[in-house]
Ligand binder design. Structure first.
Ligand code: NDP
Ligand SMILES: O=C1O[C@H](COP(=O)(O)O)[C@@H](O)[C@H](O)[C@H]1O
Length: 507
C-alpha cells in the first residue's frame, strides 16, 4: 500500500509543538526505566528539534553517581539505537544532563534539591518550570509528592507564571482501595491538572492510530457497532518471561501488570464514542463512559494461568516457579484473560475478549475486530473457507499496521472463495520509527497536554472492575502451572470463546 502523507510533512506538523523552557527532574535516575527509555526518549526529542532551547534534565537517586551518571545515560542512548556516538547534538545534550543525590525520605536533601533547581534556572534560563517524573517503585509515589509539597516545590510560586507538573509511573495502585488512597494522597498536594499518570501504551503510535482509523476516516465508523461486529479480541502477548523482576511480579501478576492498564486503555480507544474534540477532558470523558458501561465480570468469564517449563524460539526455558526470587509454590498468574460485556447502545451483546500474558509463543499485541457473517451464504458450493468472517486486525506491535481480511473468488470456472488480506504496514509506508512511546508522552507533559494520560476517575473505574476478580482468585487455589512456556496459554482460555462457538484468531 502506498501513502500520500510524507514523513517530512509529519515532522513539520510536529515541529509546531515546542514546550516552554523547563527542567525535567527524574526521581529514580539510576533505575532501568530512566536509562533504557526516558533518557533515550528525551534525546530523540532533542534530535527532532522538539525540546526547548532552554532545557535541563536532573536525575535524582540515593547513591552519589555524579561522576558516572551522564556517561551511563549516554551509553543507554547509544544502545537504544538510532544514534551515532559522533552525532553533533549528543555532546551539547549531555552537557545538560545533571545528577543530584538524595534519599527520598531526606528533608534536607529536598531542601538542597530546591536550591539546586533554582540555581539551574539561573544557568539555563528554565524559568522555574518543572516536570517531575516519578520513575520509582510505587511505594515512593505519595512520599515524594508529599515532600515536594512540604518543601515548596509542588506549586508555582504565588503570582508567578511558571508551572509544575508530575508524571507518575505505573502501577497506580494494586486494587481499588489502594488506587483511591493514592489518588487522595496525590490530590492533597497537587491539582488534577498537574498530574500525569503515565501508561506508555498510550504513547504508542499504533494505539493512537486506533482513534485516527476510526474517527479520521468516513468508512469504518458506520460499521463499528453491534449491528456489524460479532466480537472483539485484544491480545497483549509477550514471549519474554519476567526478566529478573521476580519480587515485583510476585506482587503484581498479569492482571495488575498489563490487563488492568495497557489492555483497558486500548479497549477504551476501540470502544469509545467520538469525543467532541481531541482534548483531554473530552477524550477522558468518553473513555470513562466505556469503562463504566462494562458489566461486572463474572469470575467464570475469567481465566488465569501460570507458565511451566517449555520452549520459546526453539530454546528451553524454565517455568515461572523456577525463576529467581519466585516462590516455588507461587500462585501468581502470568496469564490473565476475561470476557467483557459493554452494556451500551453501541456494544450491547458484543463480547470483548481480552488477554495478557508472559511466555507465550510470540510477542504480539493486536486488536482483532471480527465482523458478522453476511445474512445469506450465496456461495455454498465454495467449499472450505467460503464463510469466514471479515476481520480487521490492528497490529499494535511488532510489524505495526492494519489489515483487512475478506473473501475473494478463486480464479477458475467454479465459485470458490478464498480469504485474502489487504495490508497496511507502518514500516513500508513511513519507514522505521525509533519512537518508544515515552517520547510523545514526555513531550505532551511538557506541553501540559493530558489527553494521552490517565485520569483519577478512569484508574478507579478499571480497578473497580478487576478488584472483585483479584479477590475471587485469591480465595481459591489454582492448579498451576497450567500452560507450557511457548504455547498460547491454558486450555481454559480457548474454552472461554469456545462456549459461544468462537475461537481466538491466529496471530
Ligand atoms: N523498567 C521498565 O521497563 C518499566 C518500569 N515501570 C515503572 O517505573 C518505575 C521505576 O522502574 P525501574 O526503573 O525499573 O526501577 P528500578 O528498581 O530499576 O529503579 C529504582 C530507582 O529508585 C531509586 N531509589 C530506590 N529507593 C530510593 C530511596 N530510598 N531514595 C532514593 N532513591 C531511591 C534507585 O536509586 P539507587 O540506585 O540509588 O538505589 C533507582 O534509581 C516503577 O514504578 C516501574 O513499575 C513501568 C513500565 C516499564
Ligand atoms: O508495563 C509493562 O509493560 C511491558 C510491556 O511493554 P511493551 O511496550 O514492551 O509492550 C511488560 O513487559 C511489563 O511487564 C509491564 O510492567
Amino acid at each position: 500500500m502506498s501513502t500520500t502523507s510524507t514523513p517530512a510533512a509529519v515532522t513539520q506538523a510536529a515541529n509546531e509543538r515546542i514546550p516552554e523552557p523547563c527542567v525535567v527532574v527524574i526521581f529514580g535516575a539510576s533505575g532501568d526505566l530512566t536509562k533504557r527509555k526516558l533518557l533515550p526518549a528525551l534525546y530523540h526529542l532533542e534530535q527532532s528539534g522538539l525540546l526547548p532551547k532552554d532545557f535541563t534534565v536532573v536525575g535524582v537517586a540515593r547513591r552519589d553517581l555524579s561522576a558516572t551518571f551522564a556517561p551511563d545515560m549516554k551509553d543507554g542512548i547509544l544502545k537504544g539505537g538510532g544514534v551515532e556516538a559522533e552525532d553533533p547534538k549528543l555532546a551539547p545534550f549531555m552537557d545538560r544532563v545533571k545528577y543530584f543525590a538524595t534519599n527520598f525520605d531526606d528533608d534536607a536533601g529536598f531542601e538542597a534539591l530546591k536550591a539546586y533547581l533554582a540555581d539551574l534556572d539561573g544557568q539555563f534560563g528554565t524559568k522555574g518550570n518543572r516536570l517531575f517524573y516519578l520513575a520509582v517503585a510505587p511505594e515512593f509515589f505519595a512520599d515524594i509528592i508529599a515532600r515536594l509539597g512540604k518543601h515548596g516545590m509542588a506549586k508555582p510560586e504565588k503570582g508567578a507564571s511558571n508551572w509544575v507538573r508530575v508524571i507518575i509511573e505505573k502501577p497506580f495502585g494494586t486494587d481499588l482501595a489502594s488506587a483511591r488512597k493514592l489518588n487522595d494522597d496525590v490530590n492533597a498536594v497537587l491539582s488534577e491538572k498537574q498530574i500525569f499518570r503515565i501508561d506508555h501504551y498510550l504513547g504508542k503510535e499504533t494505539v493512537q492510530n486506533i482513534l485516527v482509523f476510526r474517527f479520521g476516516n468516513g468508512i469504518f465508523e458506520p460499521v463499528w457497532n453491534r449491528n456489524f461486529i460479532d466480537h472483539v479480541e485484544i491480545t497483549a502477548a509477550e514471549s519474554i518471561g519476567i526478566e529478573g523482576r521476580g519480587p515485583f511480579y510476585e506482587q503484581a501478576g498479569a492482571l495488575r501488570d498489563v490487563l488492568q492498564n495497557h489492555v483497558m486503555e486500548v479497549l477504551s480507544f476501540v470502544a469509545m464514542e467520538p469525543p467532541d474534540s481531541f482534548e483531554a477532558a473530552a477524550v477522558r470523558t468518553e473513555k470513562l463512559k466505556v469503562w463504566r458501561a462494562i458489566e461486572p465480570i463474572p469470575v467464570e468469564d475469567t481465566v488465569r494461568g501460570q507458565y511451566g517449563p517449555g520452549k520459546v524460539d526453539g530454546k528451553d526455558v524454565i517455568g515461572y516457579r523456577q525463576e529467581d526470587r519466585v516462590d516455588p509454590e507461587s500462585q501468581r498468574e502470568t496469564f490473565a484473560a476475561a470476557k467483557l460485556q459493554i452494556e451500551n447502545w453501541r456494544w450491547a451483546g458484543v463480547p470483548f475478549y481480552i488477554r495478557a500474558a508472559k511466555r507465550l509463543e510470540k510477542r504480539v499485541t493486536e486488536v482483532t475486530i471480527v465482523f458478522k457473517q453476511p445474512p445469506l451464504h450465496l456461495f455454498k458450493s465454495g467449499g472450505k473457507g467460503s464463510i469466514e468472517p471479515n476481520v480487521i486486525s490492528m497490529r499494535i506491535q511488532p510489524d505495526e499496521g492494519i489489515s483487512l481480511q475478506f473473501g475473494t473468488k478463486v480464479p477458475g470456472p467454479t465459485t470458490n472463495v478464498a480469504q485474502v488480506n489487504m495490508n497496511f504496514s507502518y514500516a513500508e509506508a513511513f519507514g522505521k520509527s525509533s519512537a518508544n512511546g515515552y517520547e510523545r508522552l514526555l513531550l505532551d507533559a511538557m506541553l501540559g497536554d493530558a489527553t494521552l494520560f490517565a485520569h483519577r476517575d478512569g484508574v478507579e473505574a478499571t480497578w473497580a472492575l478487576f478488584t472483585p476478580i483479584l479477590e475471587a482468585w485469591a480465595a481459591t487455589k489454582p492448579d498451576f502451572p497450567n500452560y507450557d512456556a511457548g504455547s498460547w496459554g491454558p486450555q481454559e482460555s480457548c474454552d472461554l470463546l469456545a462456549k459461544s462457538g468462537r475461537s481466538w484468531g491466529k496471530l
